[in-house]
Design a binder for this molecule. Structure first.
Ligand code: ACO
Length: 379
C-alpha cells in the first residue's frame, strides 16, 4: 500500500489484492502452499470425509457434530431438510418471478425476501435470529433455484424430499433425475469444497452489506449478485464449452494461443491467490476420474496442453487450473445442465456467506473505504 495525498489515508492496490481487511475465524487460503481450511480443518479433507450438513454446522456454529450424530439424521441436518420446503406464499409467487427473469439466480434473488418475510436488520436482532434467517435462506435456496429454473423451461418444479441429504436433494431437483450414488458423491464433493474460500468477492460483498446493519436477506442477496459474474462463479459452463470447442486435445495449443493473442481469458485457469495447485481442482479431478468417461480423458489432456501454453505465455506468473475447470465437467457428469452450474455454486457458497454474515454482525464496524478522485480538477 502506498501513502495517499489525503491525510491518514493509504492507497490500496487495484482489486485490494494482498490487503487484509478483516479478522476471521471461519477459514483462510494459503495461496503459495495450495492450501485452504474451514476453521481449523483442511477443507478438502473435510469434503472427503464429512457430510455437507456437518461442514455447514462447523462453519455456522464453530464445531463439527459429535461423531455419533454425523448420519444424515442428526439434529442440524433435520433442521436443514425441513427448511428446504417453501411456504405457500413463496410457491404462489414463483411463476411470476420465473416469467419475469431469464436466469435462475435472478429469479431466486427476487424470491429471497419471501423466504423471510419478517426480516429485521441484523443490527436489531440476536445472533440466534440471524442464524435462523441464514438457515432459512440457505436451506431453501436449492428449492428456489431448481423451481425457478424448471418454471423458466415450462416445467413443473420438483418438491424437496426431507429424507435425503442436502446435496442429493439439490441434484435430484436440479437435474430432474434420480442420481446414482457416484453422481451424488460428485456433487457433494463439489458443494462441500466450495463453501468458503477466503475473502473472495461474494463473501466480501455479503460482509459489506452486513456491515451496514442490513438484514440477512440483503446480505445474502449481495453474495448471489457478486457470485454471478463470470470472473467469479459464472464460469464453470464456459470452461466446459471450451473443452467441447477444443474437441481433440491436439487442437489445444492453437486454440489457446488464438484466444490469448486476442486478449481473451482462458476459463478455468488462473487464480487471484493460488500460486500452487488449487486443492479444489485436485479433489474434483480425482472424483471426475472415477467416472468412466471420454470427456474426462480429453479434459485431462487439454488441461496439460493449456498449462503448457500458459507457462510459455506468462513465464513469470504461476497460472494453475482453478476449481471451475473440473467443476464444470463434474457437474455435467452428475447430470446437471450448464445453466445449473452457477446455481450449484450458490447453493454451496451461501453457507459460507452465512457464516461470514454472523461473524461480521457479531463484531461489526461499517466497511467504508474511500476512493481517489481522478476526474477533472474541481473548479
Ligand atoms: N486467461 C488469460 N489471462 C490470464 C488468466 C486466464 N485464465 N489468468 C490470469 N491471466 C493473466 C492476468 O490477466 C494477468 O495479466 P496481466 O499481468 O497482463 O494483468 C496475469 O495473467 C496474472 O494474473 P494473476 O495476478 O495471477 O490473476 P488475476 O488476479 O489478475 O486474475 C482471475 C484472476 C480473474 C481468476 C483470472 O485468472 C481469470 O480471469 N481467469 C479466468 C476466469 C476464471 O476461470 N474464473 C474463475 C475463477 S475461480 C473462482 O472465482 C471460484
Amino acid at each position: 500500500m502506498t501513502t495517499s495525498s489525503k491525510p491518514n489515508t493509504f492507497y490500496a492496490p487495484p482489486g485490494l489484492k494482498g490487503v487484509q481487511v478483516a479478522d476471521t475465524s471461519i477459514g483462510d487460503v494459503r495461496g503459495e502452499e495450495g492450501f485452504y481450511h474451514y476453521r481449523q480443518y483442511e477443507a478438502t479433507a473435510l469434503a472427503r470425509t464429512q457430510s455437507l450438513e456437518a461442514i455447514w454446522e462447523l462453519l455456522l456454529d464453530g464445531a463439527l457434530p459429535e461423531p455419533t450424530s454425523t448420519e444424515p439424521n442428526h439434529t442440524f441436518a433435520r433442521e436443514i431438510a425441513q427448511s428446504r420446503e417453501l411456504s405457500t406464499e413463496t410457491l404462489a409467487a414463483l411463476p411470476a418471478l420465473a416469467a419475469g427473469t431469464r436466469r435462475p439466480h435472478l429469479g431466486a434473488l427476487a424470491t429471497l425476501p419471501l423466504l423471510v418475510p419478517d426480516a429485521q436488520p441484523t443490527l436489531d436482532i440476536s445472533h440466534q435470529q440471524r442464524r435462523r434467517d441464514s438457515i432459512t435462506i440457505a436451506a431453501a435456496l436449492p428449492t428456489v433455484l431448481s423451481s425457478i429454473a424448471a418454471l423458466q423451461q415450462g416445467l413443473d418444479p420438483i418438491s424437496p424430499d426431507p429424507t435425503l441429504g442436502h446435496a442429493h436433494d439439490w441434484l435430484r431437483m436440479a437435474s430432474r433425475s434420480d442420481p446414482s450414488p457416484l453422481q451424488v458423491r460428485a456433487v457433494e464433493a463439489y458443494l462441500s469444497s466450495t463453501i468458503d474460500h477466503g475473502f473472495n468477492a461474494s463473501t466480501f460483498a455479503s460482509r459489506v452489506v452486513t456491515s451496514t446493519g442490513a438484514d440477512v436477506v440483503s446480505a445474502l442477496a449481495g453474495g448471489i449478485g457478486a457470485l454471478s459474474g463470470p470472473l467469479h462463479g459464472g464460469a464453470p459452463s464456459r470452461a466446459l464449452s471450451m473443452i467441447e470447442e477444443i474437441g481433440d486435445p491436439g487442437n489445444t495449443e492453437a486454440w489457446v494461443l488464438n484466444r490469448l493473442e486476442n486478449g481473451q481469458r482462458i476459463m478455468g485457469f488462473g487464480h487471484a491467490v493460488y500460486r500452487a495447485d488449487d486443492p479444489r481442482s485436485v479433489l474434483l479431478k480425482e472424483v471426475a476420474l472415477e467416472f468412466d468417461s471420454e470427456l474426462v480423458a480429453n479434459a485431462v489432456a487439454i488441461e496439460e496442453g493449456i498449462l503448457d501454453v500458459m507457462r510459455r505465455w506468462k513465464p513469470d506468473t504461476v497460472i494453475v487450473t482453478n476449481v471451475e475447470f473440473y467443476a464444470g465437467i463434474l457437474l455435467h457428469l452428475a447430470g446437471l445442465a450448464p445453466q445449473m452450474f452457477t446455481p450449484s455454486f450458490m447453493v454451496s457458497r451461501v453457507i459460507g456467506w452465512s457464516a461470514h454474515v454472523l461473524e461480521q454482525a457479531a463484531n461489526n464496524k461499517i466497511i467504508r473505504p474511500s476512493a481517489r478522485y481522478v476526474g477533472p480538477p474541481v473548479a
